[in-house]
Design a protein around this ligand. Sequence first.
Ligand code: NAG
Ligand code: NAG
Ligand code: NAG
Ligand code: NAG
Length: 657
Amino acid sequence: MCPMMPKTALSTLLLLASMVLPVLAAAAHKAVHLPCSQTCGTGVPAKQNLTYPFGFSPGCPIQLNCSEDGDALIGEFLVQSASPDTITITVETKCDRPFRSIDQLYGRNYAPMGTNSVLLNNCAQTSACDVPRTQVIQAQFQSRCEPSNKTNTSMSCYSEKANHYNAMFLNRSGLFDLGCEYFLSSISAEELNDGSVPLRFQMLHLSWWVNGDECECSQDADCVQLLGLPNGGGNGFRCKCRDGFLGDGLLAGTGCRRAKSSPKWEKEETLKVLTIVLPLMVLVVVSMLILSGVYVITRKRKFAEVLEDWERDYSPHRFKYKDLYVATKGFRDQELLGAGGFGRVYRGILPTSNIEVAVKRVSHESKQGMREFVAEIITIGRLRHRNLVSLLGYSRRKRELLLVYDYMPNGSLDKYLYNQPKVTLNWMQRFRVIKGVASGLLYLHEGWEQVVIHRDIKASNILLDAELNGRLGDFGLARLHDHGTDPQTTHVIGTLGYLAPEQMRTGKATRSTDVFAFGAFLLEVACGRRPIKHGDTEDVLLVDSVFSCWDSGDILEVSDPNLGAEFVEGEMELVLKLGLMCSHSNPLMRPSMRQVSQYLEGDLPMPELPSTGISSCRLTFAHRPGLDDLVVSCPSSTGEASVRLSSVAESILSGGR
Ligand SMILES: *[C@@H]1O[C@H](CO)[C@@H](O)[C@H](O)[C@H]1NC(C)=O
Ligand SMILES: *[C@@H]1O[C@H](CO)[C@@H](O)[C@H](O)[C@H]1NC(C)=O
Ligand SMILES: *[C@@H]1O[C@H](CO)[C@@H](O)[C@H](O)[C@H]1NC(C)=O
Ligand SMILES: *[C@@H]1O[C@H](CO)[C@@H](O)[C@H](O)[C@H]1NC(C)=O
């Protein structure tokens, strides 16, 4: 039985309720603004490091899905990472992925960027593509599809640059107009600062934004407004914290906070504390104590290094992170020497010895790979040759790897070939650089117990020392990608224009793919032009121009106009012809680096050039038997990208392995 409630008690209860209810209602109202969680619904932590506005709960402006293993997903595609302006996803090559899957990439808050090229199968219409020599790439991708399943497949490639010049996004309606059946894969081709265009297979970049007409960025953040977005023409924005600040920069997010490591901030805070009046002196002392405690701890943490067991052997090569931090003045932008495919390079002066060094900062994706990679770097670091940039040692902190090299006061060769204002090298200097690089590469290939493949020879990787000798840099670094990331998905396999055709097909680097790249480099130095010139309608390959001049009997016509007539004709002709010879599509027809050195030193006469297999129109398949039925068009003719598959796949399968 329930006891009767006294009247007074009832009224107080009512009073209490009337006070509490509005608070509850307010709380309920507030709860509409749901929190954004970065852990999967099942409580599994996400494998990718995502921050606001990305997350997995409905409160996140950009809500992603989560696989059972904790991988972030957009539709069926795996998210690799999300940076302040792009989302990187993996598009595994799949022959039977329906074309409409591509729609999963056009979300409320993201869309594929115009720098991607998508590979499609069975399209009603042909499309243009800006990945050059598409036949080769098509062969690589298409050969994975079982030709027996689909008797009538044909592959197309679509890229925005080739269709609507420089569009920011892949045009969805343009893609759908092609009437394709399958969405095979994707290649992202993003131009880097140094003008190189690494191809990343099976990768796609999405640009993202937060919807809204007005910028809603926090203090200390800059806003990027995006208008007329592919999500139906709406507007959006992104926020980016200014230098020295960290965070998502969004009003609704965590905004920007000062990077705690900035020593300036510590000083400012200390000053502020000092200006507080006398009565608060005690407080000041206490807070100063706390502050300096925090400072010491953050500093300690900042420079904390873990020396793992396997590293003990390498201790002579290991630099202290703190020393490198001091040497480069905290990796200050003013000390930046350059940025390329592998990371940023800073100039530094080592604190105790006052030696000038170059510090390369590479970020490393996986912990497992680190050990092998460091082992390899140390092995490679033992290589000593006057035409190689010496690796002095390394330093490691968390995922960051720092490589310390000899400082090369005269910078990289490409600056002298292309930059404004032009300080060009004369022919004598260029020829010496060429001979030096050849001798360095010969040493890598043959001069050591182990063959070292450079994998990324190009003018921007050739550095000039104080006497203007050419020195090869970055050797072995391309292996980073083998250890660091999943080799099945995204790897940079080199730089367009320096990639040998068989390397595009198989992804395998050999001595003769290095020779091919060296050939492109020879032509580059002699002609003062990059191996590929991107044009509005067509890409011009340097090797084609040199070949046609040689064909018409005046090879010297292509020599660098900046040299005028100031060169030794015999040497120029030798370099150009040797460049052509190294560019042969058949690896067996290319000379070895030993022969190249002998030709350059005049110890061996150059043989006659073969008349086939060099120019790109004949390049890709000319030497392969049984491919005559394949329509191989010059990349420059119409940009036509459709190739009859059955013959390609068949011949790759029968002739290739
Ligand atoms: C994410 O960041 C945390 C802390 O910085 C780190 O411990 C973790 O390994 C990172 N995970 C990935 C996948 O990068
Ligand atoms: C997540 O999954 C739901 C249900 O399957 C789907 O509607 C939504 O589009 C997915 N979101 C993303 C970002 O993939
Ligand atoms: C294959 O495609 C061609 C042209 O697109 C068509 O003429 C032919 O009938 C098709 N063959 C089969 C078996 O579908
Ligand atoms: C996208 O493609 C369609 C059809 O091909 C074209 O009409 C439209 O102008 C394109 N849009 C942009 C932004 O290039």
